[in-house]
Design a protein around this ligand. Structure first.
Ligand SMILES: [Fe+2]
Ligand SMILES: [Fe+2]
Length: 195
């Protein structure tokens, strides 16, 4: 497998893992009889906002998508759809943040809205990642040249770049914090009382 493809898929797996955990915690916050701890929810929303936004989508947009459209103009429609989804995703995250703030201020008021917003976002993002893996990557494998892949591989191996590498480490730390704080059985943290 091309290095860029395996990095892209592994970044999708990280995003997916946090989405799964967030869905479960949104359900717990909705069902809880004692006040949930909000810090971990804030960390998760930050992760699914910033990791794609800062690290993942820019590499797709600037390297993979751009080269694919240049080599195979017939892929433009699909690429434009995916780019529009990157923007739509950023908008949906703002809604998720608003719903989280609202729930934190008035819990249990707002717990249902937050859960709905999380489920809508997770569904949206899974669909997006599936489209990239099932539709875009096969086209990229077919049309891109070894020279294209060399440039794309270099861009995707972000830790070679000091700034991106630093961000990558920040996200790894944030991911570990999420796992440490998320309550059992989602993570290693203490069970929310009554949840
Ligand atoms: Fe994407
Ligand atoms: Fe992606």
């Amino acid at each position: 497998m091309k290095e860029a493809v395996s990095i892209l898929k592994s970044e999708h797996r990280s995003i997916s893992a946090v989405l799964h955990a967030l869905k479960e915690l949104a359900r717990m916050a909705h069902d809880a009889t004692a006040r949930p701890r909000f810090q971990v929810l804030r960390s998760m929303v930050r992760y699914i906002d910033q990791y794609p936004e800062k690290l993942h989508h820019p590499k797709e947009d600037q390297y993979l998508f751009a080269r694919l459209v240049a080599r195979a103009p017939e892929t433009r429609l699909l690429v434009e759809e995916l780019q529009a989804e990157h923007e739509e995703g950023a908008r949906l995250i703002r809604e998720l943040e608003r719903a989280l703030l609202f729930m934190e201020e008035g819990w249990p008021v707002g717990a249902r809205e937050f859960r709905n917003a999380v489920e809508a976002y997770a569904e949206f993002h899974w669909k997006h990642m599936r489209k990239e893996e099932q539709q875009l990557l096969p086209l990229a494998e077919r049309h891109l040249t070894p020279e294209d892949w060399k440039a794309i591989d270099a861009a995707f191996a972000a830790n070679r770049d000091p700034i991106a590498g630093m961000q990558e480490r920040d996200f790894e730390k944030l991911f570990s914090r999420i796992v440490a704080l998320a309550p059992d059985p989602v993570g290693l943290g203490e069970r929310w009382q009554g949840a």
